[in-house]
Design a protein around this ligand. Structure first.
Ligand code: DAH
Length: 343
């Protein structure tokens, strides 16, 4: 019987504490306590378990409880008029909504889009290729001999199950994909992510981004290459930026050159970024090697072409002075939200 008394007490506490802000809530109160399957009826049913000698006492207690619930309901009902029917009517639709946090474009996307838009103005189309590549498109077709150091296991991520497949180490693989399908004139740029097996640090990462360029037609010369890239630099970094070409070596171009621009960070005076030379390298380039053309049935006696490849992170570093490559992939909004307003 103690239990029954305790139950009644806790019900009473619950009923006293109940408040209704909608007409639906008042009705729910009635159903819960006073309905035909309500708790008051259920607890009245406990009378049959009360021993005869205490029936009088409990009859009184239970009747009081019933009255208690009914009185509460009456009070609730009296206050009911004017209450909204349900919760949705409690909402003030005229209040301004919660502001939606707008994201910003990733700095690498901003810079990639700028690069793409400059070359589009020169008539280049955008081409893309797969990040998981086969040996032929990434290396073989690009005239990388079997024993070339860039094929070394240390640089390339091979697919475990089948080493004929790898993660592309450069976007030059997309050159191969394009030449396979399309015959000259070809004028494409190929933005994309590339992978190398490097220890992650401020200056190296296991993935980064490149934009590749390829231009093949009759009578394409090294002068076209220089003029195109010079135009790109002026558009990207401003009219005062100087460029210089240095002879270099790439298996897929002959002759090859690397292009430097005057250091934007120190204006050429010398700083950490340009290693105190006043110049920073931004891309590799050259005239497409005749063997590469032959690999795709393009006659090197009729057609010539130039190609180039640049790192998006490097360009971004120069434009926005980001000095740690890891920042690009850490997804820290404090970093990311600084790059706004562009493309
Ligand atoms: N594939 C080279 C790299 O990843 C970059 C490059 C150099 C691309 C010269 C080219 C080129 O198309 O002509 O370092």
């Amino acid at each position: 019987m103690e239990q029954l008394l305790q139950q009644i007490e806790s019900y009473k506490t619950e009923i006293s504490a109940f408040e209704a802000s909608t007409a639906d809530a008042v009705e729910n109160f009635r159903i819960k306590w006073l309905g035909t399957k309500g708790l008051v009826k259920a607890i009245m049913g406990e009378m049959k378990n009360v021993p005869n000698d205490r029936k009088k006492e409990f009859g009184q207690i239970l009747n009081d409880f019933k009255l208690f619930a009914e009185t509460k309901f009456q009070t609730l009902s009296e206050n009911n008029s004017g209450l909204p029917t349900n919760d949705s009517e409690l909402i003030d639709w005229s209040l301004p909504g919660d502001p939606v946090a707008l994201g910003t474009r990733h700095p690498l996307s901003i810079v990639r889009n700028q690069i793409v838009s400059i070359f589009k103005r020169l008539g280049f189309a955008v081409a893309e290729g797969p990040e998981i590549e086969d040996d032929w498109h990434n290396f073989g077709a690009m005239n990388l001999p079997e024993d070339h150091p860039a094929r070394d296991m240390q640089d390339t991520f091979y697919i475990n199950q089948d080493p004929a497949w790898l993660l592309r180490t450069h976007t030059s693989s997309v050159q191969a994909r394009v030449m396979e399908k399309q015959k000259p004139p070809i004028r494409v740029i190929c933005p994309g992510r590339v992978y190398r097996n490097e220890t992650i640090s401020a200056r190296a990462h296991c993935f980064f981004h490149q934009v590749e360029g390829l231009y093949i037609d009759e009578n394409v010369s090294f002068a076209d290459l220089k003029q195109t890239l010079y135009f790109f630099v002026q558009e990207m970094f401003g009219k005062d930026t100087k460029v210089r070409f240095r002879p270099s070596y790439f298996p897929f171009t002959e002759p090859s050159a690397e292009m430097d621009i005057s250091c934007l960070i120190c204006g050429g005076d010398g700083c950490n970024v340009c290693k105190h030379t006043g110049w920073v390298e931004i891309l590799g380039s050259g005239m497409v090697h005749p063997k590469v053309l032959e690999n795709f049935g393009i006659d090197p006696n009729k057609y010539t072409g130039f190609a180039f490849g640049m790192g998006v992170e490097r360009i971004c570093q120069l434009k926005y002075r980001v000095n740690d490559l890891r920042l690009y992939s850490q997804n820290d909004v404090r970093f990311l939200k600084q790059f706004t307003g562009a493309l």
